[in-house]
Design a binder for this molecule. Structure first.
Ligand code: NAI
Length: 344
């Protein structure tokens, strides 16, 4: 046994130096709402994530077991199990490093994300309370809308349980970043995989603020005022574009699953010790007075959000957009706080 311990000690520094070491760790990840439109493809994508060793698929409907059986046949190392109903929720959450939450109802045509508040607020409150109890150290990725309110609700629940760490709570706004990359590269050229466009603020209508002036690489000829206006409008209304196209059958699910899986992978890369993992997320922030939570570029690391990065230099139109979004975002955050304080 002494020889084994000596060998392990000898190998340890090599493992740390090994560039492929990132793929040696394995994390336990739960999806809450796994039987839904987002949850199913998200579960599939997470099953293929090389950093996931144990995948827990939970939903209130029994279909969770079927989704887990289906996804479990995909050949990857992630052990996959389904859990259904509140009595099995603690089993799903036990030992989780990351919990991704797409549980709740989606929009129908004519609805705003805020119209979902009455149903989804309670769902997020209860699920986060279960996380606080069973896996208080897990990173939480909240997808359920309205994100501008559900993340503050989650924060209050965690505070009430005495386990709040702002570095471990993130609202997922990565779909806004994906849309910006797609729409801008389609209209101005550039590679949608590598183009970098900050999208800050919140995750609803005008609170979504793409900073096109910071696009890297910056397109030749730049953006005319009209181009910037039209692209900003399309990025802000990308979700509604999908809701209308699905004509009552739901909101973005496939693109959202891709966004959530990519974002979760980045979170796990950070937890795994990879340096300089940069993403955008809706997190506790001091960037904008009046907004206790704000989406901006963040650096992810072993503890979750290692650093909230600044907004950089805004164009006049972007500065006006920031000023315009602040009252709405601030009100949505307050609505979340008020709901949580009144109901926990
Ligand atoms: P869906 O209705 O297809 O699926 C939701 C799933 O949640 C269902 O399987 C349902 O059984 C489950 N569920 C409901 N209450 C639950 C609870 N208490 N515990 C566990 N599971 C529960 O809806 P979809 O399309 O998957 O959307 C889910 C949420 O994601 C919606 O709130 C939607 O607005 C939001 N969304 C967020 C986006 C973002 O960018 N952050 C983008 C698109 C949608």
């Amino acid at each position: 046994n002494r020889r084994v311990a000596k060998l392990a000690a000898h190998l340890q520094p090599q493992i740390r130096r090994d560039p492929t070491a990132a793929h040696k760790a394995g994390f336990t990840v739960a999806v809450l709402g796994a039987a839904g439109g987002i949850g199913q493809p998200l579960s599939l994508l997470l099953k293929r994530c090389p950093l996931v060793a144990d995948l827990r698929l939970y939903d209130v409907v029994p279909l969770a077991a079927g989704v887990a059986a289906d996804v479990s046949h995909v050949n990857s190392r992630a052990d996959t199990r389904g859990f259904h109903g509140p009595s099995q929720l603690p089993l799903a959450l036990e030992g989780c490093d990351l919990v991704v939450i797409p549980a709740g109802v989606p929009r129908k045509p004519g609805m705003t994300r805020d119209d979902l508040f009455n149903i989804n607020a309670g769902i997020v409150r209860d699920l986060v309370a279960a996380c606080a109890k069973t896996c208080p150290n897990a990173v939480l990725n909240v997808i359920s809308n309205p994100v501008n309110s559900t993340v503050p609700i989650a924060a209050e629940v965690l505070k009430d349980a005495g386990v709040y760490d702002p570095r471990r709570l993130m609202g997922v706004t990565h779909l806004d970043v994906m849309r910006a990359r797609t729409f801008v590269s389609r209209s101005k050229g550039g590679d949608p995989n590598t183009i970098d466009i900050p999208v800050v603020g919140g995750h609803a209508g005008v609170t979504i603020l793409p900073l096109l002036s910071q696009t890297r690489p910056f397109p030749k000829g730049g953006f005319t005022a009209e181009e910037a206006r039209a692209l900003t409008h399309r990025i802000q209304n990308g979700g509604t574009e999908v809701v209308d196209a699905k004509a009552g059958a739901g909101s973005a699910t496939l693109s959202m699953a891709a966004a959530a899986a990519e974002f979760a992978h980045s979170v796990l890369r950070g937890l795994n010790g990879e340096r300089n993992v940069l993403e955008h997320a809706f997190v506790e922030s001091r960037l904008v007075p009046g907004c206790a939570f704000f989406a901006s570029k963040v650096r992810l690391g072993r503890v979750g959000v290692e650093k909230v990065l600044g907004l950089g230099k805004l164009s006049d139109a972007e500065a006006a957009g920031l000023k315009a979004l602040t009252p709405e975002l601030s009100a949505s955050i307050r609505k979340g706080f008020d709901f949580a304080r009144a109901s926990i």
